[in-house]
Design a protein around this ligand. Structure first.
Ligand code: SF4
Length: 375
């Protein structure tokens, strides 16, 4: 099982955000002490739940996501990752911590390096100030954070970029990519911004065709710079994929701790799973309220495995699928696979979308689910 910590705090709130996150600027308007007390109590609650996990756990990958984990600050991150070391039997091969430029500091990076973090994932999105302002991104993404991360982690960092932002055009995107690539991150995520239908933000976004074309331009620029697309929105230098995220896309069990975090524990014998989800409520998490439980039956788990697996360029784990469900993927969605292979959007030798096929993932999933649900 992999391990995920949700750190639901941010320095501001972005107009497009649909994660559970608390805007710390609201709390700090009350008092600086309120911020520190809340972060301290949240960190202690994570340590409490960590100590309750079974002894001698072997965890291959760990991810601190959010929200913005770097707002916890160096001492709290250090305490949490030291506590993690205390409960594990192994040293995880990968520990990733997400950070935003405005809260990247030398003490934070030093503590990450000292406590076994293998990759920092930096949420730049864009350097273009008008686009940042238009979606309410906090702070200014300048090169300082990139330089600092580079200094402490060499190339072992990832950068999040976004396309489809207001006031962003090809020139802006390519300049962002050039600046980032010149720092040599081993991993880059390129997300296409979407806004809720009818929302005020949607009206300020470029039209969908222009936004799609821009994302494709970004994808090609990354490829030209040696970054391989290995998932819908993720690119890496060869061999530098995110092992933690691959485990989700291949539907392996994970434990999630923190407000709004979920765990999925898969029973390989029956092909079913148990899901535990903490309420999106930091006070409830701090009080120690237990997560909600949901049983995932075989059919639900098959659908989730298809949903996650086809995002991944290599496709779902076919051998595991067969072992877990007693059938092959080809037996579950034969017509969908044949039709998409016919269109050249599916690999000839395995159930996996081609690079062009990934652009139509949602349509593929619609076809696949219709076939799965067909009586
Ligand atoms: S930084 Fe990320 S998590 Fe925080 S408000 Fe912005 S999009 Fe949401």
């Amino acid at each position: 099982m992999s391990l995920y910590f949700h750190i639901p705090f941010c320095a501001g709130s972005c107009a497009y955000c649909d994660f559970y996150s608390i805007d710390l600027s609201d709390l700090s308007a009350r008092s600086k002490t309120a911020v520190n007390t809340t972060l301290d109590r949240y960190g202690e609650a994570l340590e409490r739940d960590l100590a309750r996990l079974p002894e001698n756990l072997v965890i291959p990958t760990v991810y601190l996501g959010g929200g913005t984990p770097s707002v916890l600050g160096a001492p709290r991150i250090g305490r949490l990752l030291s506590a993690l070391r205390g409960v594990l039997r192994n040293r995880p091969a990968e520990i990733t911590v997400e950070a935003n430029p405005e809260s990247v500091t030398e003490p934070f990076l030093r503590v990450c390096r000292e406590t076994g973090v293998t990759r920092v994932s930096l949420g730049i999105q864009t350097f273009h100030e008008p686009s940042r302002k238009a979606v309410g991104r906090t702070g200014s993404a300048d090169n300082n954070a990139l330089s600092l991360v580079r200094e402490y982690f060499g190339g072992a960092f990832s950068v999040d970029l976004m396309t489809g932002l207001p006031l962003q055009d090809e020139r802006v995107l390519l300049r962002d990519i050039e600046q980032i690539v010149s720092r040599g991150p081993e991993h880059i995520s390129l997300y296409a911004l979407t806004a809720e239908h009818g929302s005020p933000l949607e009206k300020r976004l470029p039209d969908p065709d222009a936004a799609d074309a821009l994302w494709i331009r970004g994808r090609d620029a990354l490829r030209d710079n040696g970054y391989e697309q290995y998932e819908v929105s993720n690119f890496s230098l060869p061999g530098k994929q995110s092992a933690h995220n691959i485990r989700y896309w291949r539907m392996e069990s994970w434990i999630g701790l923190g407000a709004a975090a979920s765990s999925t524990l898969i029973d390989e014998e029956t092909g079913s799973a148990a899901r535990f989800t903490f309420a999106p409520d930091i006070d409830a998490f701090i009080r120690g309220e237990p997560p909600d439980f949901e049983a995932l039956d075989r059919n639900t788990l098959i659908k989730e495995t298809v949903l996650m697996g086809f995002r991944y360029r290599a496709g779902p784990d076919a051998a595991r699928f067969h072992r877990r469900f007693g059938v092959r993927i080809e037996d579950i969605i034969p017509r969908t696979l044949a039709a998409w292979r016919e269109k050249g959007l599916l690999e000839p030798e395995k159930p996996a979308l081609t690079e062009a096929g990934l652009l139509f993932l949602n349509r593929f999933l619609r076809d696949a689910f219709t076939e799965i649900d067909r009586p």
